[in-house]
Design a protein around this ligand. Sequence first.
Ligand SMILES: [Zn+2]
Length: 194
Amino acid sequence: MPFVAKDKTTGNRIDITKLEKPRLMLRADACICQLCEKPMIIKAGLHRRAHFAHHKGECVSEYERDPDTNPESPQHLAAKDWLRVMLPKQYVEYRDATLEFEVPIIEVRRVVDLLAVFRTGHRVAHEVQLSPITPEVLQQRTDDYEQAGIDVVWWLGKSAKSEPNQDWCLQTFGLVFLIDHEQIYKTIHDQSHG
Ligand SMILES: [Zn+2]
């Protein structure tokens, strides 16, 4: 359930969150997966955020994906959406950054949940992790991104919010970022009634 698809003809990225009426603006046969290039459909859009989905649910790309993103849970999608709104509000330096969902990083065969690109060229990957993971895997993915010249911020929620993972964040970065789903749902609710 990604936010981003590829235009079959032009190859351009299509971020569905930037389109007010995606079903009126995108041709049904124009949207393909940016990773495996299979056709995608538009889902939801009445009350929930519109997003893309594969015809048969699964992406068949060779990119490494975790259970959060294949297929992506609604909570994961909501957390990414919340991050993009929250980051520029809470952190001044992000007001000047471009924030893009689901950016493939070819060198390390990974897809960044939300990539911040600063005008100076610095890149920071914001990763939402909800499914179980170990500190070793967090370290491995962090190393992968660093190898590609990208800094990482981990946002831990649900099963990933374990004590060992929080300890690892504290030791590695000096602080822990947690996803609070109650807060996210409250924000989304307020927005839809605002
Ligand atoms: Zn795919």
